[in-house]
Design a protein around this ligand. Structure first.
Ligand code: SF4
Length: 490
C-alpha cells in the first residue's frame, strides 16, 4: 500500500482515515499462507488471469508485468497460446519452484518493504476465479495449457478519441495524428519506430487479424470455464467483434458469466442504441450472472473534454443516464477516473455529478449503482501529480472530505461512497504528499509539461491556459523553468 509515514497529514485527518483500513486482513493472511505452502512466489494470477491485446498479439498475466508477444506459429495448432505462451509457462515453473519472476517486481517490492504486507499476489489469488483452482495449478504439469477464468480482451485499437495520456497502439485516432505530426518528443517510447521494434504496432482495425481468428477458434473451449470476461479497447462499441460476443450470449446463455465492457461513451447514437437493445435482451433473459459497464472520465466539463479529446461532457452524461434508466437496476456503471494533474481544478464539480447519480440510481438492496474508481496516472509522468507543487494538495483534500461526508454510514441509508472508493482517493492523497516537490527531476517534469502542452495545443488548435485558468500561474512557472534552463545551456 502506498502509505507515507512522513506525510504531512494532520492528526485529525489520520483519525478520520483510520476506519478505511481493510477489515479482512486475517482472511488475506490465511490465503497468503496457503500460497506460501506451495511456494513463497506462487501466484494464481499467472495461471488464471490474462489480458490479451489482439490488435498486436501482446499478452500478460497479470496486468502488472510488461506485455509480451504471442508467436503466430504457436497459434496455428493451439489457439490457447494467446494465454499459454512459452514465456508465461517458464514464469509459472519459476513460481512453482519458489523463484521470483523478475516481471512481478511490483509485488516483490511490496512484500519486501514489510513482511506483514499483502501484495496483489495474495489479493488476486484470493479471488473466486482463482483460489478454487489452486490444486489444479499446483498438481498439473508446469507446461500444461490452462484455461483462464478471468479474461480481458481488446479486439482492436479502433477509437474515435485522442486522450491526452493515450498512445497510438491503443487509439487509431492518435495513430493517425502521429502519422501526420510525429510523436511527442517528451514520450519517445510511443514513436512509431519504437512501437515497430517492440512488436507493438497494431494491425489495422479493418485488416485481417490472425490473432482475432485464433481468439474465435479458442472461444468454444474458453467459454466453458470462463467466469469473468471484460472487453476493452480501443473503443469496444465501435468493434463488430463486441457485437459478435453479445449475439453469442443471446443465442447461448452463460448464466455463470460475469461480463463487463469498457466504453468512452462517445460513440454514435445508432451504435449505442444497438448495444443497449442487445444488453436489455441478455439481462431480461438472465443470460449472464452480472454486468458491469466501465466508462472513462477524468474530471468535469470543458476540462474533461480537453483531457479526453473527442468527448462531449453533456452527451456523455446523457448516455450515462440512458444506461441507468434503460437497463435493469442490478447492473453497475463504474466511472474509471485516471486521476492526473489536469483532473484537479474541476474534480469537485464532477464529484457532485457523481453524487447526484448515486442518489438517484440505486439497486435492489439500496446501494448506489454508480461506482467511482480512481487509479492515478503514472505515465507519462509529466502529466501525473508528480509535476505539481504543494499548493494543489488542497484540491485533493477537498475531494477527499467531500467523499468522506457522503460515505457509508450504517446509521444513514442514503450513503453515497463506500470504503473502497474512499480508500482510492486516500491513496491518491498519500501518494501526492509523498512526492518530492522540488529538485532536478521535478524541474524536468515541469519543462516537459510545458513543451508537451505547447505542441499539443498547436496540433489540436486548443488553448491550455484558456481551458484551465486555475493553472495559468503553474503553467507560467513551467515555462520559466524551461526558459531558464535553455538560457543556462546556451
Ligand atoms: S505476483 Fe503480482 S505481478 Fe506477478 S502475476 Fe501475481 S499479482 Fe501479478
Amino acid at each position: 500500500m502506498l502509505k507515507n509515514k512522513s506525510s504531512k497529514v494532520g492528526t485529525k485527518d489520520k483519525k478520520i482515515r483510520k476506519d478505511l483500513r481493510p477489515r479482512d486482513k486475517e482472511t488475506r493472511a490465511m490465503v497468503r499462507d496457503q500460497l506460501n505452502k506451495v511456494s513463497p512466489s506462487f501466484c494464481l494470477a499467472k495461471w488464471y488471469q490474462v489480458t490479451i491485446h489482439l490488435q498486436n498479439g501482446q499478452t500478460h498475466s497479470c496486468h502488472h508485468p510488461w506485455t509480451h508477444k504471442v508467436d503466430l506459429r504457436d497459434l496455428s495448432t493451439n489457439p490457447s497460446a494467446l494465454h499459454n505462451t512459452p514465456h508465461k509457462k517458464i514464469q509459472r515453473y519459476k513460481m512453482l519452484k519458489g523463484e521470483r519472476p523478475d516481471e512481478c517486481d511490483y509485488c516483490w517490492r511490496i512484500e519486501d518493504s514489510n513482511v506483514e504486507n499483502i501484495s496483489d499476489r495474495t489479493f488476486k489469488s484470493a479471488e473466486q476465479w482463482a483460489l478454487p483452482n489452486l490444486d489444479e495449478a499446483r498438481t498439473m504439469p508446469w507446461d500444461y495449457d490452462f484455461t483462464p477464468r478471468y479474461v480481458e480482451v481488446s479486439f482492436s485499437n479502433a477509437c474515435n478519441f485522442k486522450c491526452i495520456y493515450c498512445a497510438p497502439h491503443i487509439s487509431s485516432s492518435i495513430m493517425t495524428e502521429f502519422q501526420k505530426h510525429g510523436h511527442y518528443t517528451e514520450s519517445p517510447e510511443f514513436s512509431l519506430e519504437y512501437l515497430d521494434v517492440s512488436g507493438l504496432t497494431p494491425i489495422r482495425y479493418d485488416a485481417h487479424n490472425p490473432y482475432v481468428d485464433a481468439f474465435w477458434r479458442w472461444w468454444p473451449e474458453l467459454i466453458k470455464k470462463l467466469e469473468h470476461f471484460r472487453i476493452t479497447g480501443g473503443e469496444p462499441l465501435l468493434n463488430h467483434n463486441t457485437f459478435r460476443v453479445l449475439d453469442f450470449i443471446k443465442a447461448e446463455p452463460q448464466p455463470k458469466l460475469n461480463f463487463a465492457i469498457n466504453s468512452n461513451l462517445g460513440i454514435p447514437d445508432a451504435q449505442y442504441d444497438r448495444f443497449l437493445e442487445s444488453m436489455k435482451v441478455i439481462l431480461e433473459n438472465k443470460s449472464i450472472n452480472s454486468f458491469e459497464f466501465y466508462t472513462s472520465i477524468d474530471t468535469y466539463g470543458k476540462q474533461a473534454e480537453y483531457i479526453r479529446n473527442g468527448l462531449n461532457y453533456k452527451h456523455y452524461m446523457d448516455n450515462v443516464r440512458r444506461f441507468l434508466v434503460e437497463l435493469p437496476v442490478d447492473t453497475k456503471l463504474v466511472f474509471m477516473c485516471t486521476y492526473n494533474a489536469l483532473s484537479l481544478p474541476s474534480f469537485n464539480l464532477f464529484l457532485e455529478d457523481v453524487a447526484q447519480l448515486k442518489r438517484e440510481f440505486r439497486n435492489s438492496i439500496n446501494e448506489p449503482r454508480v461506482i467511482l474508481d480512481m487509479p492515478y496516472l503514472r505515465a507519462p509522468s509529466y502529466l501525473s501529480l508528480a509535476v505539481l507543487p504543494e499548493s494543489f494538495s488542497s484540491y485533493i483534500s477537498d475531494s477527499f472530505f467531500f467523499m468522506k461526508r457522503h460515505s457509508v454510514n450504517f446509521l444513514k441509508e442514503d450513503w453515497l461512497f463506500n470504503y473502497h472508493e474512499l480508500s482510492k482517493i486516500e491513496r491518491v492523497l498519500n501518494w501526492f504528499q509523498s512526492l518530492p516537490k522540488e529538485g532536478y527531476e521535478v524541474r524536468d517534469l515541469r519543462k516537459s509539461f510545458y513543451t508537451f502542452l505547447r505542441e499539443h495545443d498547436r496540433r489540436r488548435s486548443l488553448s491550455f491556459t484558456e481551458t484551465f485558468p486555475e493553472m495559468v500561474d503553474f503553467y507560467q512557472l513551467c515555462e520559466d523553468v524551461y526558459n531558464n534552463d535553455k538560457t543556462e545551456v546556451n
